[in-house]
Design a protein around this ligand. Structure first.
Ligand code: MN
Length: 253
């Protein structure tokens, strides 16, 4: 086992221990601490600076024909890499070097625009890569998440429509999100640029469990100005099992 793999293995083990404990401590565990446990599980190699580029659990051509290989490659190797490098450089100037990525997001107003833009860029892309799966392997949400989607939005189809609406109405660059809010309920919304719903500066708040990148760099090579078609196709590559894991870790009792 490589050192990196062992670290991931240990962190995952720790997460499941924490998840087990929270089950025994009803009412004592806040959503925030669950979110921390979840975050540690999902971003295990990104606990503290210096941050590193997320390793993709698939090849660049895996999302063909929905997201083309060239877009995936440039998006990951150049755009995401630049956010990571710029974030690490910004943290040398602005303090916050002993903070986790999630902590930085929650108090991002303390650290200035470079940490906001590049920290958000790192957090958002890290999540985005993890909630994608090969076309043909994507299954619709099931279980508790499916039920919660129906309760919050009426139906899965209504949810998809509302989410798409946020993705299309976000003028210029940004993200649309499905979040668990501080009352444990699902909500959809969007943020500009590389902001996200964890940030203290964001009017739309919650813990993101699904996000779509609607920057042109995410779709322009294949879809040009057709953001609507990109969003419709996005559903074919959503890893709902991963989204469900996030939902369950945040809401389990
Ligand atoms: Mn992007």
């Amino acid at each position: 086992m490589k050192t990196q793999d062992r670290r991931i293995f240990l962190k995952k083990g720790m997460f499941f221990s924490i998840a087990g404990l929270t089950g025994l401590n009803l009412g004592l565990t806040t959503l925030t601490s669950k979110a921390s446990a979840l975050h540690n599980h999902l971003s295990y190699d990104d606990l503290k600076p210096p941050f590193s580029l997320t390793k993709l659990p698939y090849a660049y051509d895996s999302m063909e024909p929905i997201i083309d290989r060239k877009t995936m490659e440039i998006h990951h190797q150049r755009h995401h890499m630049a956010y990571v490098n710029n974030l690490n450089n910004a943290l040398k100037e602005s303090g916050g070097r002993n903070k986790s990525l999630q902590e930085l997001m929650r108090e991002v107003s303390k650290y200035g625009d470079a940490v906001r833009d590049n920290g958000g860029g790192h957090y958002n892309h890290d999540l985005f890569w993890k909630i994608l799966t090969r076309p043909g392997t994507s299954k619709n949400p099931a279980g508790a998440l499916r039920t919660a989607i129906s309760q919050s939005f009426g139906s899965f189809e209504n949810f998809q429509e509302k989410f798409k609406d946020h993705a299309l109405r976000r003028f210029g660059s940004g993200w649309a999100w499905l979040v668990v809010n501080d009352r444990g309920r699902l909500e959809v919304g969007s943020t500009p640029n590389q902001d996200n719903p964890l940030m203290d500066v964001s009017p739309f708040k919650g813990f993101p469990i699904l996000g779509i990148d609607v920057w042109e760099h995410a779709y322009y090579l294949k879809y040009q100005n057709r953001r609507s078609e990109y969003v419709d196709n996005f559903w074919k590559v959503v890893n709902w099992e991963e989204v469900s894991k996030r939902y369950q870790a945040l809401t389990s009792r």
